[in-house]
Design a protein around this ligand. Structure first.
Ligand code: ARG
Length: 467
């Protein structure tokens, strides 16, 4: 089989019966999907073997023909995997490339394989199988990322850092607690992956073109052979549904958005100004002109991949939104979006897992920053409520005055003298200094899900039992 361009314009050997001549070159170019759907070869062959086996079991084709078909398909599988198979654009897509080769290999028996099926249910099957396997890979990758965060969280359950809102210093937290926030995010992503696998766990094959078939097929048998929970229940929906691809892209977009937020934090944290982390040489690059630089390129690229993935979701939603039931050729545009996103997402998760495992945490820098910016102001206000019986709004006001005074003196809250503090509110005693340190602040936040080291350790244990 030669490339499509060099072939004569004869009508298509798979569907050309009513055609006098072959397609225009432009038609061939816009129509062909083999350039990308060859990725589905293994799923296509697996589906065809299950279909042929079922056809023979039901007495629709002979056992002899089935054996020839299965043998021929296995030969094609090794031809593709060894690189010997020649894909032809004239044969449009992976389904017809394989079937045409089967005809060359085994003769007329090949023509019986397409009994009681159509490319519409065939492509729905192949693509579903591919996406399902990709989701299983994503689940494993997310588990590895979560494991990396759990290790870092455990190591740094006591490491204090500033917690931010509006990227302004808010209250001290621990780095372990911050890591566990990402564990929650990627844990939700992983449960979205699991739900997507459950939703798509139905076999399309046997829906045929759109209406089912008059042949006595057994769709439960093919579903079981292909590892699905059962067959889909409506043949029209089956060939017009791409929810599994949309769910993959939705999950991928949300996960990529989480990865991008993490990437952004890594970019900020690794600046000399923040200096909270040092990226390993393995995940950064130098500058060709400025010798002092170490750039967080991997994090930046993870941040940027989110654009492609989110774009793919919008692209496929847009492809699907105007389509009447059932199959339309528009749906051929589903694959490249998913393939590109899958590759980007896999790479982004792997790069992030490496960065999280490799980065050096600069605890001294985090601690110094944790105490600056009056991060324990809320602790002073809470102390006034607890120990001096002030209503919180009054305590807030008193604390605001203490912050203003510290700002005037150019010092931290903990550096104000007792006399200074008492000049603002007479009921303040020496004991207030116990809550003005960052360690005391962090240790006091023992509410469920709070930043106190013991609370964080409980959450780590909860996740360890589930990862
Ligand atoms: N290459 C096609 C696709 O990806 C396969 C299905 C073609 N079906 C048809 N009726 N032309 O959607």
């Amino acid at each position: 089989m030669a490339d499509g361009n060099s072939e004569t314009k004869s009508s298509n050997q798979m569907w050309g019966g009513r055609f006098a001549s072959g397609p225009d070159a432009i038609m061939e170019e816009i129509n062909a999907s083999i350039g990308f759907d060859k990725k589905l070869y293994a799923q296509d062959i697996r589906g065809s073997i299950a279909h042929a086996t079922m056809l023979a079991h039901q007495g629709i084709i002979s056992a002899d023909d089935k054996d020839k078909i299965v043998h021929g398909l296995n030969t094609i599988l090794s031809e593709i995997e060894s690189g010997a198979f020649e894909f032809s654009r004239r044969l449009e897509d992976i389904h017809m490339n394989i079937e045409a080769r089967l005809a060359t290999l085994i003769g007329p028996a090949a023509g019986r394989l397409h009994t009681a099926r159509s490319r519409n249910d065939q492509v729905a099957l192949d693509f579903r199988l591919w996406v399902k396997e990709e989701l299983q890979r994503t689940e494993k990758a997310l588990t590895a990322l979560i494991a990396a965060f759990l290790d870092r969280a455990e190591e740094h359950a006591d490491t204090v850092m500033p917690g931010f809102t509006h990227l302004q210093t808010a209250q001290p937290v621990t780095f372990g607690h911050h890591c566990m926030a990402y564990v929650e995010m990627f844990g939700r992503d992983r449960s979205r992956v699991r739900h997507a696998i459950e939703h798509m766990d139905e076999s399309p094959i046997g829906a045929a073109a759109l209406a089912g078939t008059g042949f006595p097929i057994d769709r439960h048998m093919t579903a079981k052979a292909l590892g699905f929970a059962g067959p889909t229940r409506n043949s029209i929906d089956t060939v017009s549904d791409r929810d599994f691809a949309l769910e993959f892209l939705s999950m991928a977009s949300i996960t990529a958005t989480h990865l991008s937020r993490l990437a952004e934090e890594i970019v900020i944290w690794s600046t000399p100004q923040f200096g909270f982390i040092r990226l390993s040489d393995a995940f950064s690059t130098g500058s060709s002109i400025m010798p002092q630089k170490k750039n967080p390129d991997a994090a930046e690229l993870v941040r940027a991949k989110t654009g492609r993935i989110n774009g793919s979701l919008i692209a496929l939603l847009t492809v699907m939104k105007g389509l009447p039931l059932a199959y339309s050729k528009d749906m051929q545009e589903d694959k490249e979006q998913v393939f590109d996103s899958a590759e980007s997402l896999e790479l982004a998760i792997a790069a992030m897992t490496g960065m999280v495992r490799d980065m050096t945490i600069r605890s001294d820098r985090m601690k110094a920053a944790a105490g600056s910016g009056y991060s324990t102001a809320t602790d002073l206000a809470d102390w006034l409520v607890r120990e001096a019986g002030l209503p919180f709004r009054d305590a807030h006001h008193v604390t605001g005055r203490a912050v203003a005074l510290a700002e005037q003196n150019g010092c931290d809250l903990a550096d104000l003298s007792l006399a200074d503090l008492q000049s603002i509110h007479a009921d303040i005693t020496e004991k207030v200094f116990d809550v003005l340190t960052v360690e005391a602040s962090v240790a006091s936040r023992t509410s469920f899900g709070g930043t106190a080291p013991n609370e964080v350790r409980k959450q780590i244990a909860w996740w360890r039992a589930r990862n």
